[in-house]
Design a protein around this ligand. Sequence first.
Ligand code: AHG
Ligand code: MN
Ligand code: MN
Ligand code: MN
Length: 336
Amino acid sequence: HEAEAHRTDLMTITRYVLNEQSRHPESRGDFSILLSHIVLGCKFVCSSVNKAGLAKLIGLAGETNVQGEEQKKLDVLSNEVFVKALISSGRTCILVSEEDEEATFVDPPLRGRYCVVFDPLDGSSNIDCGVSIGTIFGVYMVKDKDDVTLDEVLQPGKNMLAAGYCMYGSSCTLVLSTGSGVNGFTLDPSLGEFILTHPDIKIPKKGKIYSVNEGNAKNWDGPTTKYVEKCKFPNDGASPKSLRYIGSMVADVHRTLLYGGIFLYPADKKSPNGKLRVLYEVFPMSFLMEQAGGQAFTGKQRALDLVPTKIHQRSPIFLGSYDEVEEIKALMEQNL
Ligand code: AHG
Ligand code: MN
Ligand code: MN
Ligand code: MN
Protein backbone atom coordinates (compact mmCIF):
# COMPACT_ATOMS: atom_id res chain seq x y z
CA HIS A 1 0.00 0.00 0.00
CA GLU A 2 2.93 2.28 0.86
CA ALA A 3 4.31 2.00 -2.72
CA GLU A 4 0.83 2.72 -4.04
CA ALA A 5 0.54 5.88 -1.96
CA HIS A 6 4.06 6.89 -2.99
CA ARG A 7 3.26 6.60 -6.68
CA THR A 8 0.31 8.98 -6.47
CA ASP A 9 1.90 11.38 -3.99
CA LEU A 10 4.25 13.02 -6.50
CA MET A 11 6.98 15.07 -4.83
CA THR A 12 7.93 17.32 -7.74
CA ILE A 13 10.77 19.82 -7.42
CA THR A 14 8.20 22.62 -7.52
CA ARG A 15 6.25 21.19 -4.61
CA TYR A 16 9.48 20.47 -2.70
CA VAL A 17 10.70 24.05 -3.00
CA LEU A 18 7.27 25.43 -2.07
CA ASN A 19 7.45 23.32 1.11
CA GLU A 20 10.93 24.76 1.68
CA GLN A 21 9.60 28.27 1.16
CA SER A 22 7.30 27.79 4.14
CA ARG A 23 10.54 28.02 6.16
CA HIS A 24 11.35 31.39 4.52
CA PRO A 25 7.99 33.21 4.64
CA GLU A 26 9.65 36.47 3.59
CA SER A 27 10.33 35.07 0.13
CA ARG A 28 6.65 35.27 -0.99
CA GLY A 29 7.37 32.48 -3.51
CA ASP A 30 9.96 34.56 -5.42
CA PHE A 31 12.56 31.82 -5.11
CA SER A 32 10.04 29.22 -6.31
CA ILE A 33 9.39 31.35 -9.38
CA LEU A 34 13.13 31.78 -9.99
CA LEU A 35 13.70 28.04 -9.61
CA SER A 36 10.88 27.19 -12.01
CA HIS A 37 12.71 29.21 -14.68
CA ILE A 38 16.02 27.48 -13.96
CA VAL A 39 14.16 24.16 -14.27
CA LEU A 40 12.69 25.31 -17.60
CA GLY A 41 16.22 25.99 -18.89
CA CYS A 42 17.38 22.56 -17.74
CA LYS A 43 14.48 20.82 -19.49
CA PHE A 44 15.28 22.69 -22.71
CA VAL A 45 19.00 21.84 -22.58
CA CYS A 46 18.14 18.22 -21.72
CA SER A 47 15.97 17.87 -24.83
CA SER A 48 18.57 19.68 -27.01
CA VAL A 49 21.40 17.47 -25.72
CA ASN A 50 19.35 14.34 -26.35
CA LYS A 51 18.78 15.25 -29.98
CA ALA A 52 22.08 17.11 -30.53
CA GLY A 53 23.38 14.48 -32.93
CA LEU A 54 20.19 14.55 -34.96
CA ALA A 55 19.60 18.28 -34.90
CA LYS A 56 23.09 19.11 -36.17
CA LEU A 57 23.90 20.67 -32.80
CA ILE A 58 27.21 18.83 -32.69
CA GLY A 59 30.33 20.78 -33.48
CA LEU A 60 31.67 24.27 -33.06
CA ALA A 61 29.82 27.56 -33.07
CA GLY A 62 32.85 29.20 -34.65
CA GLU A 63 33.33 31.66 -31.73
CA THR A 64 35.69 31.67 -28.74
CA ASN A 65 34.58 32.74 -25.26
CA VAL A 66 36.31 34.84 -22.62
CA GLN A 67 37.93 31.65 -21.36
CA GLY A 68 39.70 31.35 -24.71
CA GLU A 69 37.72 28.18 -25.46
CA GLU A 70 36.12 27.44 -28.80
CA GLN A 71 32.38 27.65 -28.10
CA LYS A 72 30.28 24.67 -29.08
CA LYS A 73 26.87 25.28 -30.63
CA LEU A 74 25.28 23.84 -27.46
CA ASP A 75 27.35 26.20 -25.26
CA VAL A 76 25.90 29.19 -27.09
CA LEU A 77 22.36 27.79 -27.36
CA SER A 78 22.10 26.78 -23.70
CA ASN A 79 23.57 30.11 -22.58
CA GLU A 80 20.95 32.04 -24.56
CA VAL A 81 18.13 29.89 -23.17
CA PHE A 82 19.22 30.37 -19.55
CA VAL A 83 19.81 34.13 -19.92
CA LYS A 84 16.37 34.64 -21.49
CA ALA A 85 14.57 32.33 -19.03
CA LEU A 86 16.21 34.02 -16.02
CA ILE A 87 15.47 37.56 -17.26
CA SER A 88 11.85 36.66 -18.08
CA SER A 89 11.40 35.30 -14.54
CA GLY A 90 11.41 38.92 -13.30
CA ARG A 91 13.31 37.71 -10.20
CA THR A 92 16.92 38.41 -11.18
CA CYS A 93 19.06 41.55 -11.35
CA ILE A 94 22.55 40.29 -12.26
CA LEU A 95 23.52 37.21 -14.27
CA VAL A 96 27.06 35.85 -14.61
CA SER A 97 27.63 33.13 -17.19
CA GLU A 98 30.80 31.30 -18.17
CA GLU A 99 29.91 32.13 -21.78
CA ASP A 100 29.51 35.91 -21.36
CA GLU A 101 32.58 38.12 -20.82
CA GLU A 102 30.57 40.75 -18.90
CA ALA A 103 27.85 40.31 -16.28
CA THR A 104 24.27 40.92 -17.51
CA PHE A 105 22.43 43.69 -15.61
CA VAL A 106 18.68 43.16 -15.97
CA ASP A 107 16.62 46.22 -17.02
CA PRO A 108 14.97 47.84 -13.95
CA PRO A 109 11.33 47.00 -14.85
CA LEU A 110 12.18 43.27 -14.92
CA ARG A 111 14.54 43.30 -11.92
CA GLY A 112 14.20 40.95 -8.93
CA ARG A 113 16.30 40.32 -5.82
CA TYR A 114 18.48 37.43 -6.99
CA CYS A 115 21.86 37.15 -8.71
CA VAL A 116 22.38 33.93 -10.60
CA VAL A 117 25.85 32.67 -11.54
CA PHE A 118 25.88 29.74 -13.94
CA ASP A 119 27.80 27.47 -16.26
CA PRO A 120 25.15 26.77 -18.88
CA LEU A 121 26.93 23.74 -20.30
CA ASP A 122 29.68 22.08 -18.26
CA GLY A 123 31.89 19.47 -19.89
CA SER A 124 31.51 20.84 -23.43
CA SER A 125 34.50 18.86 -24.63
CA ASN A 126 32.40 15.73 -24.02
CA ILE A 127 29.34 16.75 -26.10
CA ASP A 128 30.44 15.27 -29.42
CA CYS A 129 31.29 11.86 -27.94
CA GLY A 130 28.07 11.49 -25.94
CA VAL A 131 29.55 11.57 -22.43
CA SER A 132 27.47 13.16 -19.64
CA ILE A 133 27.49 16.98 -19.43
CA GLY A 134 25.60 19.41 -17.23
CA THR A 135 24.52 22.84 -16.06
CA ILE A 136 25.78 24.37 -12.78
CA PHE A 137 24.17 27.32 -10.95
CA GLY A 138 24.38 29.35 -7.76
CA VAL A 139 22.00 31.99 -6.33
CA TYR A 140 22.81 35.07 -4.23
CA MET A 141 20.31 37.57 -2.80
CA VAL A 142 21.17 41.22 -3.50
CA LYS A 143 21.06 43.78 -0.72
CA ASP A 144 19.36 46.51 -2.77
CA LYS A 145 18.01 45.65 -6.21
CA ASP A 146 17.75 49.32 -7.17
CA ASP A 147 21.40 50.03 -6.54
CA VAL A 148 23.05 47.06 -8.18
CA THR A 149 26.77 46.90 -8.79
CA LEU A 150 29.12 44.05 -9.60
CA ASP A 151 30.08 43.85 -5.90
CA GLU A 152 26.68 42.21 -5.29
CA VAL A 153 27.91 39.17 -7.16
CA LEU A 154 31.52 39.14 -5.88
CA GLN A 155 30.41 37.54 -2.61
CA PRO A 156 32.00 34.52 -0.87
CA GLY A 157 30.27 31.24 -1.69
CA LYS A 158 29.06 30.87 1.91
CA ASN A 159 26.57 33.69 1.16
CA MET A 160 24.81 31.65 -1.52
CA LEU A 161 21.11 30.98 -0.82
CA ALA A 162 21.03 27.99 -3.14
CA ALA A 163 23.17 26.00 -5.53
CA GLY A 164 22.69 23.05 -7.81
CA TYR A 165 23.48 21.25 -11.01
CA CYS A 166 21.61 19.34 -13.67
CA MET A 167 23.33 16.36 -15.26
CA TYR A 168 22.34 15.31 -18.79
CA GLY A 169 23.28 11.64 -18.78
CA SER A 170 21.44 8.31 -18.97
CA SER A 171 18.73 10.21 -17.12
CA CYS A 172 18.35 13.94 -16.43
CA THR A 173 19.11 14.51 -12.74
CA LEU A 174 18.85 17.83 -10.92
CA VAL A 175 20.67 18.06 -7.57
CA LEU A 176 19.75 21.07 -5.43
CA SER A 177 20.39 22.59 -2.03
CA THR A 178 18.57 25.62 -0.62
CA GLY A 179 20.73 25.58 2.51
CA SER A 180 19.17 22.71 4.46
CA GLY A 181 20.59 19.55 2.91
CA VAL A 182 20.85 18.21 -0.63
CA ASN A 183 18.10 16.54 -2.69
CA GLY A 184 18.17 14.87 -6.11
CA PHE A 185 15.33 14.98 -8.63
CA THR A 186 15.03 12.94 -11.82
CA LEU A 187 13.15 14.18 -14.88
CA ASP A 188 10.15 12.01 -15.74
CA PRO A 189 9.88 12.79 -19.47
CA SER A 190 6.29 11.49 -19.58
CA LEU A 191 5.29 14.17 -17.04
CA GLY A 192 7.92 16.79 -17.87
CA GLU A 193 8.44 17.03 -14.10
CA PHE A 194 11.51 16.53 -11.91
CA ILE A 195 10.51 13.96 -9.25
CA LEU A 196 12.31 13.54 -5.90
CA THR A 197 14.43 10.37 -6.27
CA HIS A 198 17.43 11.05 -3.98
CA PRO A 199 16.10 12.59 -0.72
CA ASP A 200 18.63 14.05 1.73
CA ILE A 201 21.88 13.00 -0.03
CA LYS A 202 24.84 12.54 2.34
CA ILE A 203 28.34 11.92 0.98
CA PRO A 204 30.15 8.92 2.56
CA LYS A 205 32.70 10.06 5.16
CA LYS A 206 35.52 8.22 3.33
CA GLY A 207 35.88 7.05 -0.26
CA LYS A 208 37.91 4.64 -2.40
CA ILE A 209 37.98 6.83 -5.54
CA TYR A 210 40.20 9.73 -6.50
CA SER A 211 39.31 11.88 -9.50
CA VAL A 212 41.95 14.06 -11.18
CA ASN A 213 43.43 14.60 -14.63
CA GLU A 214 46.68 12.62 -14.18
CA GLY A 215 47.84 14.09 -17.48
CA ASN A 216 48.76 17.27 -15.57
CA ALA A 217 51.00 15.41 -13.06
CA LYS A 218 54.22 16.79 -14.56
CA ASN A 219 53.16 20.32 -13.56
CA TRP A 220 51.73 19.68 -10.07
CA ASP A 221 53.28 21.20 -6.95
CA GLY A 222 54.79 19.10 -4.12
CA PRO A 223 51.78 18.66 -1.80
CA THR A 224 49.46 17.66 -4.69
CA THR A 225 52.04 15.21 -6.01
CA LYS A 226 52.45 13.76 -2.52
CA TYR A 227 48.69 13.41 -1.99
CA VAL A 228 48.07 11.66 -5.32
CA GLU A 229 51.10 9.41 -4.64
CA LYS A 230 49.45 8.45 -1.32
CA CYS A 231 46.22 7.55 -3.20
CA LYS A 232 48.18 5.17 -5.44
CA PHE A 233 50.81 3.85 -3.00
CA PRO A 234 49.23 4.07 0.46
CA ASN A 235 51.90 3.73 3.17
CA ASP A 236 49.51 2.61 5.91
CA GLY A 237 48.68 -0.77 4.40
CA ALA A 238 45.36 0.51 3.01
CA SER A 239 44.44 -0.56 -0.52
CA PRO A 240 45.11 1.94 -3.35
CA LYS A 241 42.23 4.16 -4.48
CA SER A 242 40.58 3.68 -7.89
CA LEU A 243 40.91 6.45 -10.46
CA ARG A 244 37.71 7.67 -12.09
CA TYR A 245 37.91 10.83 -14.26
CA ILE A 246 35.14 11.71 -16.74
CA GLY A 247 36.28 15.24 -17.58
CA SER A 248 32.85 16.79 -16.95
CA MET A 249 32.88 18.37 -13.50
CA VAL A 250 29.15 17.73 -13.07
CA ALA A 251 29.56 13.99 -13.72
CA ASP A 252 32.73 13.65 -11.61
CA VAL A 253 31.12 15.57 -8.72
CA HIS A 254 27.82 13.63 -8.96
CA ARG A 255 29.69 10.31 -8.70
CA THR A 256 31.78 11.68 -5.79
CA LEU A 257 28.62 12.87 -3.98
CA LEU A 258 26.90 9.47 -4.31
CA TYR A 259 29.86 7.06 -3.97
CA GLY A 260 32.28 9.13 -1.86
CA GLY A 261 35.94 9.89 -2.64
CA ILE A 262 37.82 12.99 -3.69
CA PHE A 263 37.67 15.25 -6.75
CA LEU A 264 40.58 17.57 -7.36
CA TYR A 265 41.52 20.15 -9.95
CA PRO A 266 44.80 21.43 -8.46
CA ALA A 267 46.95 24.39 -9.45
CA ASP A 268 49.85 23.57 -11.72
CA LYS A 269 52.84 25.42 -13.20
CA LYS A 270 50.82 26.29 -16.34
CA SER A 271 47.69 27.41 -14.43
CA PRO A 272 48.63 28.69 -10.96
CA ASN A 273 44.93 29.12 -10.09
CA GLY A 274 43.87 25.78 -11.54
CA LYS A 275 41.21 25.67 -14.25
CA LEU A 276 37.80 25.70 -12.56
CA ARG A 277 35.93 29.00 -12.21
CA VAL A 278 35.09 30.17 -8.69
CA LEU A 279 31.60 31.67 -9.10
CA TYR A 280 29.85 29.07 -11.23
CA GLU A 281 31.85 25.85 -10.76
CA VAL A 282 33.82 25.90 -7.47
CA PHE A 283 31.26 27.68 -5.25
CA PRO A 284 28.10 25.74 -6.23
CA MET A 285 29.85 22.34 -5.98
CA SER A 286 31.53 23.33 -2.69
CA PHE A 287 28.16 24.50 -1.30
CA LEU A 288 26.58 21.15 -2.20
CA MET A 289 29.50 19.15 -0.77
CA GLU A 290 29.28 20.93 2.61
CA GLN A 291 25.48 20.57 2.68
CA ALA A 292 25.94 16.82 2.08
CA GLY A 293 28.46 16.51 4.96
CA GLY A 294 31.62 16.75 2.85
CA GLN A 295 34.25 19.48 2.50
CA ALA A 296 35.73 21.75 -0.16
CA PHE A 297 39.24 23.24 0.14
CA THR A 298 41.24 25.47 -2.24
CA GLY A 299 44.63 24.24 -1.01
CA LYS A 300 44.86 27.33 1.18
CA GLN A 301 41.37 27.86 2.70
CA ARG A 302 37.77 26.65 2.88
CA ALA A 303 36.50 27.21 -0.66
CA LEU A 304 33.29 28.95 0.44
CA ASP A 305 35.29 31.58 2.37
CA LEU A 306 37.07 32.76 -0.78
CA VAL A 307 36.12 36.34 -1.73
CA PRO A 308 36.24 36.63 -5.53
CA THR A 309 37.45 39.87 -7.16
CA LYS A 310 36.71 38.96 -10.80
CA ILE A 311 33.67 37.18 -12.19
CA HIS A 312 35.69 34.58 -14.18
CA GLN A 313 38.38 34.09 -11.55
CA ARG A 314 39.69 30.54 -11.14
CA SER A 315 40.77 28.57 -8.06
CA PRO A 316 42.33 25.20 -7.33
CA ILE A 317 39.76 22.89 -5.68
CA PHE A 318 39.87 19.70 -3.58
CA LEU A 319 36.36 18.52 -2.66
CA GLY A 320 34.58 15.36 -1.50
CA SER A 321 34.39 13.04 1.51
CA TYR A 322 35.05 14.74 4.84
CA ASP A 323 37.97 12.50 5.85
CA GLU A 324 39.66 12.62 2.44
CA VAL A 325 39.72 16.44 2.45
CA GLU A 326 41.04 16.37 6.03
CA GLU A 327 44.05 14.41 4.72
CA ILE A 328 44.73 16.99 2.03
CA LYS A 329 44.40 19.88 4.51
CA ALA A 330 46.93 18.20 6.82
CA LEU A 331 49.36 17.74 3.92
CA MET A 332 48.95 21.30 2.62
CA GLU A 333 49.21 22.89 6.08
CA GLN A 334 52.54 21.11 6.61
CA ASN A 335 53.82 22.84 3.49
CA LEU A 336 52.31 26.29 3.94
P1 AHG B 1 33.31 23.70 -19.30
O1 AHG B 1 32.99 22.65 -20.30
O2 AHG B 1 32.08 24.32 -18.67
O3 AHG B 1 34.27 24.72 -19.86
O4 AHG B 1 34.04 23.00 -18.05
C1 AHG B 1 34.98 22.04 -18.30
C2 AHG B 1 35.74 21.79 -17.03
C3 AHG B 1 35.03 20.80 -16.10
O5 AHG B 1 33.81 20.36 -16.60
C4 AHG B 1 36.00 19.63 -16.01
O6 AHG B 1 36.13 19.19 -14.69
C5 AHG B 1 37.30 20.21 -16.51
O7 AHG B 1 36.97 21.25 -17.40
C6 AHG B 1 38.12 19.18 -17.22
O8 AHG B 1 39.34 19.84 -17.54
P2 AHG B 1 40.56 18.97 -18.17
O9 AHG B 1 40.09 18.52 -19.51
O10 AHG B 1 41.70 19.94 -18.21
O11 AHG B 1 40.81 17.84 -17.21
MN1 MN C 1 33.83 26.14 -21.26
MN1 MN D 1 32.32 24.04 -16.56
MN1 MN E 1 30.65 25.49 -19.60
